[in-house]
Design a binder for this molecule. Structure first.
Ligand code: KG4
Ligand code: ZN
Length: 322
């Protein structure tokens, strides 16, 4: 008999629900919150309130589009953390009540592990090569930057992480300096496509080993622009695409240096990327290129499974359920 899992994600600013039949996704509904755009970042209180408004319609839609009745569900998986407390509480409270009401198991899921396990979500009728254990995963999101050895669905070892800002934060904070709205990562990606990545050089902080640091980059951009704007008040507007391409290149290069080092140190050449920043076209290309140049077996997630989504929570729940 197939297992039907309802996944619920509410850790930050996306309310999402998904139904999986085993590891096949039947629905993956995401309600984005627009209320944060003017604030340059997620406002926790506004996020909690928006989750409360969205959660029932989103779950209702996920069940309907999966063509599943709630009595068919085998278990409910929800994001336990990490994330914003108020946001998590909305998903957690709903998941708890729903599982009690239906008398089915409630499965807690770690958000970062779920980003990685998103690689095991299969779409109906679509062929997919799943990663083989052990593999390396570069998890890059708005809150985290980690290199992880994924030994099994449940066993993961963090071998490198950021000492300060996450990669997504580096994108978003740089974008804020450039006057772009939140989240700035996708906008930098968009403008970078038209720009020259070698136009400007920004200082990078070198951290030994497999750890990362991105706070120096932000300061470097800030001082660089302060000086340039003194000479030409229109400098930013006139150089937006080159600035974005150079910033993206700095972040992607930093990530790639550490990822290559991790592969060298562990001897693992099966490599995946995950999390919101894995949607970045520069990073996707840099990792894909390693297939040719270094013989890596590379796993690039589909766009819909890069940023926060409940299908990844449901699939993580599915393997825990088994
Ligand atoms: O995984 P995610 O949706 O949420 C967290 O768990 O944090 O990641 C969100 C982050 C944001 O910082 C956003 O700017 C970044 O992912 N992001 C991107 C792109 N798409 C999303 N960064 C660079 N290029 C993109 N195309
Ligand atoms: Zn995330």
């Amino acid at each position: 008999m197939p297992v039907y899992i309802l996944g619920i994600e509410s850790s930050c600013d996306d309310t999402s629900a998904s139904v999986l039949m085993d590891n096949v996704v039947l629905s993956n509904v995401i309600a984005n919150q627009q209320v944060h755009k003017d604030f340059g970042g997620v406002v926790p209180e506004l996020a909690s309130r928006a989750h409360q408004q969205n959660i029932i319609p989103v779950i209702d839609k996920a069940l309907k589009s999966a063509n599943i009745s709630k009595s068919q569900l085998s278990a409910i998986a929800f994001t336990r953390g990490p994330g914003l407390l108020g946001s998590l509480l909305v998903g957690t409270s709903f998941a708890k009540s729903f599982s009690l009401g239906l008398n089915i198991p409630l499965i807690e899921v770690n958000h970062l592990k779920a980003h990685i396990l998103a690689h095991f979500v299969v779409q109906p009728g679509k062929e997919k090569k799943l990663p083989e254990f052990p593999f390396l995963c570069l998890t890059v999101s708005g809150g985290h930057t980690q290199i992880v050895i994924v030994k099994s669905y449940n066993e993961m070892q963090i071998i490198g992480q950021t000492m300060d800002d996450a990669a997504g934060e580096a994108f978003d904070k740089s974008a804020k300096i450039l006057g772009l709205e939140y989240p700035g990562g996708p906008l930098i990606d968009k403008y970078a496509k038209e720009g020259n990545p070698d136009a400007f050089t920004f200082a990078k902080t070198n951290v030994p080993g497999l750890d990362f640091s991105f706070s120096g980059l932000k300061t470097s951009i800030l001082y660089f622009l302060r000086d340039k704007l003194k000479e030409d008040p229109m400098f930013m507007q006139n150089n937006m695409t080159d600035l974005c391409a150079s910033i993206q290149s700095a972040i992607v290069n930093t990530l790639m240096i550490k990822l290559k080092l991790a592969s060298k140190q562990t001897g693992i050449t099966e490599v995946a990327i995950a999390g919101g920043v894995s949607a970045n076209s520069g990073l996707r290309k840099a990792v894909s290129d390693m297939q040719e140049s270094a013989g890596w077996k590379v796993h690039i997630p589909e766009f819909q499974f890069t940023t926060d989504n409940a299908a990844m929570i449901a699939v993580a729940g599915y393997y825990k359920f088994l």
